[in-house]
Design a binder for this molecule. Structure first.
Ligand SMILES: Cc1ncc(COP(=O)(O)O)c(C=O)c1O
Length: 349
């Protein structure tokens, strides 16, 4: 199934701006995958998976890591390893765990989700977090876990912001999990180490298949006993895979070669926003572009026409009626940005 409103095209795709998940593995990444040493990971025998797990844990300053199929599976293993039936997760109301993961923690774990208002910056207010924690009362679910996200719709959450939110959770006895699907975009933007940025949280999910450009995979990191519980849950949800060193090798390659280059994606996003800000029909604020996402506001009824027009030219945009998200990534060049700006400018001229 496609997301509603996403134009399909029979034309060869020249530029895919729908997401940073659409990247093709590079030739060097494919080589690393082809040459990977593998074993049966359900037996713990895959040396490349083990190396990736150790590398990610070290990078994020946590004790242990677990390679999983997707970001959704990673967050699910995390929430179920933190919580029991009847527990409750506090989570930003715009965050992926709450809105876009099919309610997995509730469906499979009997865990409630209590949404907390997310501001325009992507953060929750500490007071709102505190007010959402339930009292020790038989009427209430047991507040157990606070879930954060970074980046949030392209917005960077600083270490200070993360630590302030986490501190409120901790003061109320909650564990803290961070959905870091695009954590490395925040790391590159802030210019601090990943470990420093996540020092205030207990567990982190890092996606390898977004800006980092692998075909699949995420790594969940945290304390060793937590990872042991998450490992059992990964099996329970059918995520015990075998010779997946071929995928883990892509992850190792991405961590070695694709982190620093995220700065190019950020530069491209800003350049796109600046170019489009000159198009009268479009609302866009270059100052709001912090990483690799640009949100453009369109006149009523214009979105479908623009999407179809660009699709005819091999350019894919994401869904949305009034607002469209444009995402830069590994396969988008500076020339692509100029071409896209030109195409959109012409369309509205
Ligand atoms: C913030 C965030 N978290 C988690 C995920 C889930 O990742 P996956 O699609 O690999 O399940 C996504 C996917 O886009 C995401 O944007």
């Amino acid at each position: 199934m496609m997301y509603a409103g996403v134009a399909k095209t029979n034309r060869p795709v020249r530029m895919d701006m729908r997401s940073d998940t659409v990247t093709q593995p590079t030739a060097a990444m494919r080589r690393a995958m082809a040459e990977a040493e593998v074993g049966d990971d359900v037996y713990g025998d895959d040396p490349t998976v083990n190396a990736l797990q150790d590398k990610a844990a070290k990078l994020l300053g946590k004790e242990a890591g677990l390679f999983v199929a997707t970001g959704t599976q990673s967050n699910l293993c995390a929430t179920l390893a933190h919580c029991q039936r009847g527990d409750e997760i506090l989570v930003g109301d715009s965050y992926h765990i709450f809105r876009d993961e099919a309610g997995g923690a509730a469906v499979l774990g009997g865990v409630m989700m209590a949404p907390v208002l997310t501001g325009a910056s992507g953060a929750m207010r500490p007071d709102d977090i505190a007010a959402t924690v339930k009292p020790d009362d038989a009427h209430c679910a047991i507040s157990r876990l606070l879930c954060l996200e970074n980046t949030v719709a392209g917005h960077v959450q600083s270490a200070k912001t993360i630590n302030e939110m986490a501190a409120v959770g901790r003061a109320h006895g909650l564990a803290v999990h961070l959905d870091g699907a695009r954590l490395m975009n925040a790391v590159v933007k802030l210019g601090i180490s990943a470990a420093e940025l996540v020092a205030g949280v207990d567990t982190v999910s890092l996606c390898l298949s977004k800006g980092l450009g692998t075909p699949a995979g995420s790594v969940l990191v945290g304390p060793a006993d937590f990872i042991r519980r998450a490992h059992r849950i990964r099996k329970l949800v059918g995520g015990g895979m075998r010779q997946i060193g071929v995928l883990a090798a892509a992850g190792i390659h991405a961590l070695d070669h694709h982190i620093d280059r995220l700065a190019d994606d950020h530069t491209h996003a800003l350049r796109l926003a600046e170019g489009l800000s000159k198009v009268k029909a479009i609302q866009v604020n270059p100052e709001a572009v912090e990483t690799n996402m640009v949100f453009i506001g369109l006149p009523d009824g214009a979105a479908d026409g623009l999407r179809a027009h660009l699709a005819e030219r091999g350019i894919l945009l994401g869904g949305g009626k009034k607002q469209i998200r444009l995402v830069t990534h590994l396969d988008i060049t500076g020339d692509d940005i100029d071409l896209l700006t030109e195409e959109i400018s012409h369309y509205f001229a």
